[in-house]
Design a protein around this ligand. Sequence first.
Ligand code: GN1
Ligand code: MG
Length: 361
Amino acid sequence: MPDIPESRLYEVFSAFLPGAGIFRAAQYFGGHINRTFFVEAAAPGARSSRFVLQSINKHVFPNYLGLMDNVFRISDHLARKSREAGNGPDARDHLHFIRTADGAPGLDGPEGYWRLYRCIDRAKGRPQAETPDEAREAARAFGRFQLLLSDLPGPRLVETIPRFHDTRNRFERLEAAFAADAEGRAAGCRAEYEGFLELRSAALRLQEAHEAGLVPERIAHNDAKFSNLLIDDATGRALCVIDLDTCMPGLSLHDFGDLMRSMCCDRPEDEEDLSLVVARREMYDALAEGFLGELGDVLTPEERRILPYGGLAMTLEVGVRFLTDHLDGDHYFRIARPGHNLVRARSQLALARSMLEHLPV
Ligand code: GN1
Ligand code: MG
């Protein structure tokens, strides 16, 4: 059951495409932050009958207008590149956002800031990569995404969440949350807390290389997990990168790191059986092959040398964020049950430890 009545969804949808006939909406519960609905609608003049309607979480993204400006600039640029490659107006390699009937990028509402884009037909997202071939293909797609955006014209993209991948600051916020112990949960997660602090220097290696001027800022996706990719039903090829909310200035290895985080192990990020949380070398090798296949000529020698530290940084950083949110009372990441953020933090810590044991770091 959608947690917003269908009549309201219809009203919002109509601000974008007025006069829709049939209208059906189903909620997707995958994301941790925004609300997402799959909508089927016969709308006059639309090039599609299937849409994604999303409300952006305004607490997480207070600068949602800056975010939407990024999103339109990025998708327009990808559309141009797609046209140059010979694709038509219904190309499935990038997202097609739809403005409101008034020409705005979205609609402000009490539930969040609403936006609409066309569904990509005959393609699906999947939670987990299962084989090295799938991992290689996904890494290629995110590498290509960075390459396509490397010549985005215009000013620097807006930082939709300031200090998003400031790993050092994420650790400091964890320490502050542990000390404040707002919900009385610190005693119940001391081992995890200490476990993260022990690995802090490995987590900071990437940020330090950037600060030393060895790793340049680029445009990165900043949430390059496997599930943020649509896979073509017919060919099994990666078709389209989705979730552009954190696409902004970042490091190339932030994306490689999220690829490692989401694919080196074939278990979900909230796996409770930690004996199953194992980083597999063959998945890492496939990821490096796919990513370097696209970006090998672009990356600096230092970026190539410290590639696996991206995985440690992203896995530990998000683990630290899950634990901080658990200590703060679960205000940031949506949880499905009590203790969910602690479970997520534990599995990320286990994954980082396994990376240190099995990967070339
Ligand atoms: C959040 O909402 P979702 O699932 O796209 C988070 C990412 C985390 C990810 C962990 C804006 O992304 O940083 O890596 O969860 N997004 C934000 O799965 O904080
Ligand atoms: Mg995301």
